[in-house]
Design a binder for this molecule. Structure first.
Ligand code: FUB
Length: 454
């Protein structure tokens, strides 16, 4: 495509998605979202569908965070199958969930053992930004369809792990978070339609014949609201919809409560969970709605919902709009380029550690951040830092939409260059900010960070 066409495609994309927040991450495919609220941040742990996947092809797990629910900062591919020496490498890095306890972070993941067979793994770190290491040096548990772990710490400090496809198991975790108090077992009522939905007949390839199962499929997520335990899960076989059950205790008895979400757009799986953040309840899930999306190219989405008076979860419709910001972004602090609300064309690195950047940047590509508060005094200068120069070009700043006249324009002609320019006019108040790149055909340079000054 020539430069002009690329640029107009980017402008069209920018106007089409000006008010769309779903999917929330557009630089990578991010299935099986597991959000975790910690202080004033939501940390998001996801797996990662490879761009060239033709079936499930997943090699690493990624970390993101936000303070405002719309601008998500990428923190890298912190754990890979290589973290677990006993695991099959380069594949089956499937669903996960992480939690903090006494200053340590525990990330429960699932993968395959080197010689085959499903296993649950635990990684441990002092912070979500790592470094993460195998907490045990062996699987935490292994068995057929031992996938999709979800961890929950109750109000009294007791931690539980639930998991499973074609079976739903749970166990009480010791305080060390890496062993079970007294083993694990099937969740009571797992085969009971009152607990997990009307029985359905389904082909079970493990036994080579049809067998009767409940609606429960996989991807359990445990939460608690007003003293009631909630277990939400993909249900009904593929294509999956999202259902939930509730119980007065973590051990049951569970009661099936029905459908929360429909089958996901363009994806035969759905998977996610709920959090409460800054007084809002959110449901995270994935769909296949990104460009080139599909069942093996899934992306995290979020919807806000409100519990009904009786504690039930209402049916939650899918939206493109997604959630509203619950905070503003301060442009006078250095903003990492990998803090993004939406983007067009770009990717991010695949590194662990705390240094990350936006890469694969071509003419017409852009990143956007939302709800940027320039205050009353206003911004007079814009500073931009680039890395890894392949070809020189320019970075242009647009406010609220990409139009004819940029608010600032910076030349980029050296790796590591940090360039400051005067704004064409002073910017006050709250705006969305687009950082648009222009240059020759081919890859240009990486985006490192930017900031404004008064
Ligand atoms: O992402 C791989 C698998 O697909 C997950 O483990 C399941 O829950 C389904 O989403």
């Amino acid at each position: 495509m020539n430069k002009k066409l690329i640029a107009s495609a980017a402008f069209a994309a920018a106007s089409f998605c000006a008010f769309a927040q779903n999917p929330v991450i557009s630089t990578m495919y991010t299935p099986d979202p597991a959000p975790y609220v910690h202080g004033d941040k939501v940390w998001l742990f996801v797996d990662h569908d490879e761009d060239d996947a033709t079936y499930f092809l997943m090699k690493d797990w990624l970390v993101y965070s936000t303070e405002d629910m719309v601008n998500w900062t990428y923190h890298g591919a912190q754990v890979t199958t290589a973290t677990f020496a006993w695991a099959r490498q380069g594949d089956k890095a499937w669903a996960s969930q992480a939690v903090e306890r006494n200053g340590k972070w525990y990330w429960y993941l699932c993968c395959s053992k080197a010689n085959g067979g499903d296993a649950l793994a635990v990684a441990v770190a002092d912070s979500p930004e790592g470094p993460w290491k195998d907490a045990i040096g062996a699987p935490l548990a292994e068995g057929f369809s031992f996938i999709d772990p979800t961890v929950f710490i109750d109000d009294d400090g007791q931690a539980f792990l639930f998991w499973g496809n074609k079976g739903l198991w749970y166990g009480k975790l010791n305080d060390d978070m890496i062993s079970f108090v007294d083993g694990y077992r099937q969740v009571p009522g797992y085969t009971d339609p009152k607990s997990f939905g009307e029985l359905q007949s389904k082909m079970d390839w493990s036994i080579g014949k049809e067998r009767m199962m409940t609606q429960y499929e996989e991807g359990p997520w445990i939460s608690k609201h007003n003293g009631t335990y909630y277990l939400s899960y993909p249900a009904g076989g593929v294509p999956e919809y999202m259902a939930y059950s509730t119980a007065p205790t973590i051990h049951g008895p569970w009661t099936f409560r029905g459908r929360i979400m429909d089958e996901a757009e363009n994806s035969f799986t759905i998977h996610g969970g709920t959090i409460n953040f800054k007084g809002h309840d959110y449901m995270f899930y994935h769909n296949g709605a990104l460009p080139n999306g599909g069942g093996f190219h899934r992306a995290t989405c979020i919807e806000e919902f409100k519990y009904n008076e009786d504690g039930s979860i209402p049916f939650i419709p899918f939206t493109r709009k997604g959630v509203d910001p619950v905070g503003t972004l301060n442009p006078y602090n250095r903003v990492e380029a990998e803090t993004i609300a939406q983007s067009w064309g770009v990717k991010v690195d695949r590194l662990a550690g705390s240094e990350h950047y936006v890469t694969s940047v071509h003419n017409g590509d852009w990143v956007k951040v939302r709800n940027v508060d320039f205050g009353e005094n206003g911004a007079a200068k814009f500073t931009f830092a680039a890395g890894n120069l392949v070809n020189g070009g320019r970075v242009e700043v647009y406010l609220d939409s990409i139009g004819d006249r940029a608010a600032a324009s910076v030349a980029v002609n050296a790796s590591g260059a940090v360039n400051t320019v005067e704004m064409r006019r002073k910017i006050t108040g709250i705006h969305d900010v687009y950082i648009l790149v222009r240059g020759v055909d081919g890859e240009l340079f990486d985006l490192d960070w930017w900031k404004f000054d008064e």
